[in-house]
Design a protein around this ligand. Structure first.
Ligand code: IPD
Length: 280
């Protein structure tokens, strides 16, 4: 509808790049933290500085768009586009100096938290690994590193038993216990499990074949908007289920295992949940 999606992709890349340089180059030796939903769910001062910088850049480049960020301070807009941003996805890795963290920036049309929200352009930057994953709707998914840019495709695995699966867990104990039960059941059906610590990068890992599939319950829009687009544009099948007991299920899988994988994770996450009133 008249929007230049390739231009939005360039904005996503530029903004993620600016924030990525900040979090990589200015990471203090001692990170100040504040606690969120549980004492292991922390926000660092760098999450906040990164989001401030992203808001500043987006206000300059796309003044009519809204911004929804993981940290406080989102803005409203008039264009119908919302930038959904995670200033540091994988905060616990960042805290511990593990390089698997990212800056995630997506342009979403429609309500980003609702079923109709549609990411149309996005970028996920892993600054410590020098990897920039990016895509726009209909344009394919690409990975840019110091060595250049290449197009991404999922693996061609077609056997659930040979599927390498990524997942993640929320921060609150009750939810984690249920997620752990589901993952314990999954283990017998697949090649193996990885819990790498950044949902945005996990989705990009499906896009580039480092994982065959990924699922998680209870993700927020900023954890997944850009990564889901990158995965879809690399040929992954996306699925989900609203209202599973731990919050919406979201999954992405290589097309050869998507049917079987989607059925399995739907079944396991539904079976191991408890009623919605027990959500955490
Ligand atoms: C978290 C990471 C993690 C996932 C959690 C997310 P944060 O995001 O993406 O991999 O398992 O559900 O909350 O808190 O590091 O931005």
């Amino acid at each position: 509808d008249g929007v230049d999606l390739a231009a939005l992709e360039r904005v996503a890349c530029e903004v993620a790049g600016t924030a990525g340089r900040l979090v990589l180059d200015e990471r203090p030796a001692e990170l100040g933290t504040t606690v969120k939903s549980s004492r292991t769910d922390v926000v660092t001062e760098m999450d906040q500085r990164s989001q401030e910088l992203i808001l500043e850049r987006l206000a300059a480049l796309r003044p009519d768009d809204a911004v929804l960020g993981e940290e406080e301070g989102g803005t409203s807009g008039t264009s119908g586009i919302t930038w959904v941003v995670d200033p540091i996805d994988g905060t616990v890795n960042y805290l511990y100096g593990i390089p698997e963290y990212s800056v995630s920036v997506a342009a979403v049309v429609g309500d980003p938290a609702g079923p109709d929200g549609r990411p149309v352009a996005g970028a996920v930057l892993g600054p410590a690994r020098g990897e920039l994953f990016h895509a726009h709707e209909g344009g394919g998914a690409r990975l840019t590193t110091a060595d250049g840019t290449r197009t991404l495709r999922t693996t061609d695995v077609d056997d659930l038993g040979l599927t390498l699966v990524g997942t993640g867990f929320g921060y609150v104990a009750e939810r984690r216990t249920r997620q752990g039960r589901a993952v314990a059941d999954l283990l017998g059906h697949v090649r193996d499990i990885r819990r790498m610590g950044s949902a945005a990068l996990d989705l990009c890992a499906v896009a580039c074949g480092r994982l065959d599939a990924y699922y998680e319950t209870g993700l927020n829009p900023w954890d997944r908007a850009a990564g889901q687009l990158v995965a879809a544009e690399a040929g992954a099948v996306l699925g989900g289920l609203a209202d599973v007991p731990d919050g919406d299920l979201a999954w992405a899988a290589a097309p050869g295992v998507a049917g079987a994988f989607g059925d399995l994770v739907r079944d396991l996450t539904t079976r191991h949940g408890i009623p919605a009133s027990g959500r955490a």
